[in-house]
Design a protein. Structure first.
Length: 149
């Protein structure tokens, strides 16, 4: 019997980090992402974000490559926003993304972190937030940021 525990904290931003996810309708986007992910046997623990980025805490099954899942959820959610008049300024997601492993003991803390996006972004920009996530994951300061492409 195989045992797989692959919890990921996914982060991806909008093209050029522009605020295009309307906060009044962000839950529609999150519901779409949730439904898309669960239809691929991804267990979603939390989705949240801001007008310029999204965080997803999820368990990705071994049969699904992380890169493949991120590529398709970004593509399908982009199509969703293009045809949904609640996202009139939507253009695209930034090319890159972050995928960070989360151990079982840290899942709840990351889930709460995603839940509290609105509060901590009152004083912290997406760039500062992402630099902190990269630093915690051991990436060097020269790592390009999402949306810099």
């Amino acid at each position: 019997m195989s045992h797989i525990a692959l919890t990921c904290h996914l982060v991806f931003g909008t093209y050029r980090r522009i605020d295009v996810i309307n906060e009044d309708h962000e839950k529609e986007l999150y519901k779409f992402m949730y439904d898309y992910a669960t239809s691929r046997d991804v267990y979603v623990r939390r989705i949240g974000g801001m007008p310029d980025h999204v965080h997803i805490l999820c368990d990705i099954p071994a049969k699904l490559a992380v890169a493949s899942f991120v590529q398709t959820i970004k593509a399908e959610s982009s199509k969703f926003m293009h045809v949904n008049n609640h996202f009139p300024s939507w253009t695209a997601w930034a090319e890159g993304y972050g995928a960070f492993s989360v151990d079982a003991a840290s899942r709840e803390a990351v889930r709460k972190y995603i839940m509290n996006q609105k509060q901590h972004h009152r004083v912290l920009s997406f760039v500062s937030e992402y630099r902190g996530i990269l630093s915690e994951a051991g990436f060097a300061d020269e790592t390009p940021l999402l949306g810099d492409e």
